[in-house]
Design a protein around this ligand. Structure first.
Ligand code: SF4
Length: 420
């Protein structure tokens, strides 16, 4: 342990050691208050981080994840239970497969790493598998960094089974546990991700491979931070090893996955996350997200956190049903998708969009407003040619003054805007 602290002292080209909960007692206390008395913190995992990075503008998720709030329990307490997570059977199947892959000191796993990523190295035999046990996540992180450094200096193959890595996320530490990290004889480091979905004829479901790549990219970032505290800095490989069952058997097979793109995107998104202290400081005293609070109080607390709902949340966040209902109730255009939201510029609600389209609001010089008016005119023309009059259209829309419609049409005709 002393070795860890000594080597981690900042120096030229070094990154500081990961912030620990001891380095920010005020923040730790504040986050514990927000979580609720005696409510244990839920650790952020790489899957959650990858999803967080996919929606960096969502302060609601950033704060709740940073505070360690269990969003599954919170969603149930809000009356919108999440349809998220793996079944118990899937967990057991995954655990059994991982145990098989790592059996006999990781012999088969190391063979796959050698075969797929480093065939020119000496074949792995009698690889070192260090004991990484230590107290608490900070202790396990320190133990992992010491083992990584020793393995890099040893010049042989080393398998780190469930190491612990730290990553600073919006000013708060996240502790991550990849399935394995392998240190090669040349001192380079590889992330190994073990999944229970099958690889059929050498190919797996692209959506699942993509999710595994985004998750692995988070581990690569955390590993790079650990590497930056070693002198000389070891190379973290950007091709990770994805291990899956072969066809419909329980035998492992593997593929190298290049995660450079996912790594770059995740790094950029994580740096855009607003610092958790700032979000927490904006909340009034007494705000709490404990799942045993009355539903109305919890709903009010959650509403204090600005959210950026999009349909993509349904596949990535436990609060998606709650946020979708609020977004729809507020008629926000994000509920129809991020691309529509981006195209509509400053028009954030369905009411704004309809008013702009029908000429009752909006700056005609705004490209979004102009496009909406052209679309409204085209629609009116299509309805007219199908035998519907302007009156019918007003009845369909239900909220459009007929005068505004005809004014808009007249204005568009006079302006000569192209109808394409
Ligand atoms: S579901 Fe809600 S809290 Fe989760 S990322 Fe989407 S908007 Fe944010």
């Amino acid at each position: 342990m002393s070795d860890y602290h000594g080597s981690a002292s900042p120096g030229p080209n070094r990154v500081p050691p990961p912030r620990t909960r001891e380095t920010a007692p005020a923040l730790r206390h504040r986050l514990a208050e927000l979580r609720g008395p005696d409510v244990p913190a839920k650790a952020l995992d790489a899957r959650a981080l990858a999803a967080l990075a996919a929606n960096p503008g969502c302060r609601r998720r950033a704060l709740l994840d940073g505070a360690g709030v269990n969003k599954t329990e919170l969603a149930s307490a809000l009356g919108s239970p999440s349809a998220f997570g793996q079944s118990q059977f899937a967990f057991m199947r995954g655990d059994a497969f991982e145990a098989r892959v790592k059996a006999d000191g990781g012999t088969e796993l190391l063979r796959l790493v050698h075969e797929r990523l480093d065939p020119s190295a000496e074949p792995p035999s009698g690889a070192h598998v260090p004991d990484l046990a230590a107290a608490g996540p900070e202790g396990r992180t320190a133990r992992t960094e010491l083992a990584l450094r020793e393995a890099t200096e040893s010049g042989g193959w080393t398998l780190l089974d469930h190491p612990m890595l730290a990553l600073d996320v919006a000013g708060s530490p996240a502790f991550l546990e990849p399935d394995a990290v392998v240190v090669h004889p040349d001192g380079t480091w590889t992330v190994v991700e073990i999944k229970s979905f099958p690889m059929l004829d050498g190919a797996a479901d692209p959506a699942k491979v993509g999710a595994a790549a985004r998750q692995s990219a988070v581990y690569v970032l955390a590993l790079e931070d650990a590497a930056a505290r070693v002198d000389p800095v070891p190379q973290v490989r950007h091709r990770v090893l994805l291990v899956c069952p072969k066809d419909f058997t329980n035998l492992p097979t593997a593929a190298a996955v290049d995660v450079r793109k996912q790594r770059a995107v995740t790094r950029r998104q994580l740096t855009r996350l607003t610092r958790i202290e700032e979000i927490a400081d904006a909340l009034p005293e007494g705000t709490c997200f404990a799942p045993d609070l009355p539903q109305e109080r919890l709903t009010a607390a959650v509403e204090l956190l600005p959210a950026t709902y999009a349909p993509e949340c349904l596949a990535a966040c436990e609060l998606a049903f709650h946020c979708r209902a609020r977004s729809r109730a507020a008629a926000e255009v994000t509920s129809v998708g991020r691309s529509a939201r981006a195209e509509l510029g400053g028009l954030t609600t369905v009411g704004d969009v309809l008013a702009a389209a029908h000429g009752t609001a909006g700056d005609p010089a705004d490209p979004a407003v102009a496009a909406l008016r052209r679309a409204a005119r085209l629609r009116a023309e299509a309805l007219a040619s199908a035998g519907y009059g302007a009156r019918d259209e007003v009845l369909v829309d239900g909220e459009v003054p007929a005068g505004a419609e005809s004014q808009d049409m007249a204005g568009a005709s006079a302006g000569g805007a192209p109808c394409h």
